[in-house]
Design a protein around this ligand. Structure first.
Ligand code: ADP
Ligand code: MG
Length: 242
């Protein structure tokens, strides 16, 4: 692995909804294999940034690169990524197994190979034996585990997690934080994690991007953010607890 390679780059991204400037000239580089967290208050532009990377939104100005290739005009399904949202990530009418095989079928993976990949990834997220359950028969935490498994089963280049823990209770949130971190390092998949929770960001990430009102305030390691906040905003925001 080469730490100098950037898996994702955003250059000069600007996005406006009506007169609301949501992203104001964002530059960002995500290194290969790192877990980078976008942290900031609700409405600061975290999901918009993630959606530019996923291709669900296009910037008014600026470009997105994945593995050095400009993807600004490339549709989401042609970008090699897995995504998990806060809720509703699973198909409700499909079992765990069916949810996981969906993306594999699209990629024309052979049946026996599908089974192997699904078994392996379910083991990774500690959900072995539950492949015949429907989402409604799972707890919130189990559902998010399956959602993560579904994103990972296709072995994406990039994993995008948009507040995947925000709907869970505190105990589960702590548990899954540690698990996502372990899993991410084990697989080595470049990951962009979004949260509004300072503690979550500081405890999980290789690097944290603090955002405020469509701008990046600071990009640093958790320790540097905590010990050396660059702006008054970062100082105030990191000091707050949820
Ligand atoms: P965050 O994820 O940090 O909470 P978002 O990126 O979702 O923030 O939103 C940033 C701002 O953009 C908010 O003011 C939000 O209301 C606005 N916004 C997001 N999506 C849309 C949209 N599709 N149309 C209009 N405004 C939007
Ligand atoms: Mg959001």
């Amino acid at each position: 692995m080469n730490a100098m390679i950037c898996d994702v780059e955003i250059k000069g991204a600007r996005k406006q909804f009506g007169s609301n400037v949501v992203l104001n000239d964002i530059d960002l580089e995500v290194k290969q294999g790192e877990l980078l967290t976008l942290l900031g208050p609700s409405g600061c532009g975290k999901s918009t940034t993630l959606n530019l990377i996923a291709g669900f939104l296009e910037a008014d100005q600026g470009d997105v690169y994945i593995k050095g290739k400009k993807v600004t005009k490339v549709p989401p399904y042609k970008r090699d990524l897995g995504m998990v949202f806060q809720t509703y990530s699973l198909f409700p009418h499909m079992t765990v197994q069916e949810n996981l095989s969906f993306g594999l079928k699209l990629r024309k993976v052979a049946k026996t190979e599908q089974k192997k990949k699904i078994d392996r990834v379910l083991e990774l997220v500690k959900m072995s034996g539950l492949e015949h359950r429907y989402p409604r028969e799972l707890s919130g935490g189990q559902r998010q585990r399956v959602a993560i498994a579904r994103a990972l089963v296709v072995e994406p280049e990039l994993l995008l997690l948009d507040e995947p823990l925000s709907n869970l209770d505190a105990k589960l949130r702590h548990e899954l934080r540690a698990e996502i971190k372990r899993l991410q390092k084990e697989i080595g998949v470049t990951t962009i994690f979004v949260t509004h929770d300072q503690e979550e960001a500081l405890s999980m990430s290789d690097r944290v991007v603090v955002m405020n009102a469509g701008k990046i305030e600071q990009i640093s390691t958790p320790t540097a953010i905590y010990n050396h906040p660059k702006t008054e905003f970062v100082f105030q925001f990191i000091g707050k607890s949820n």
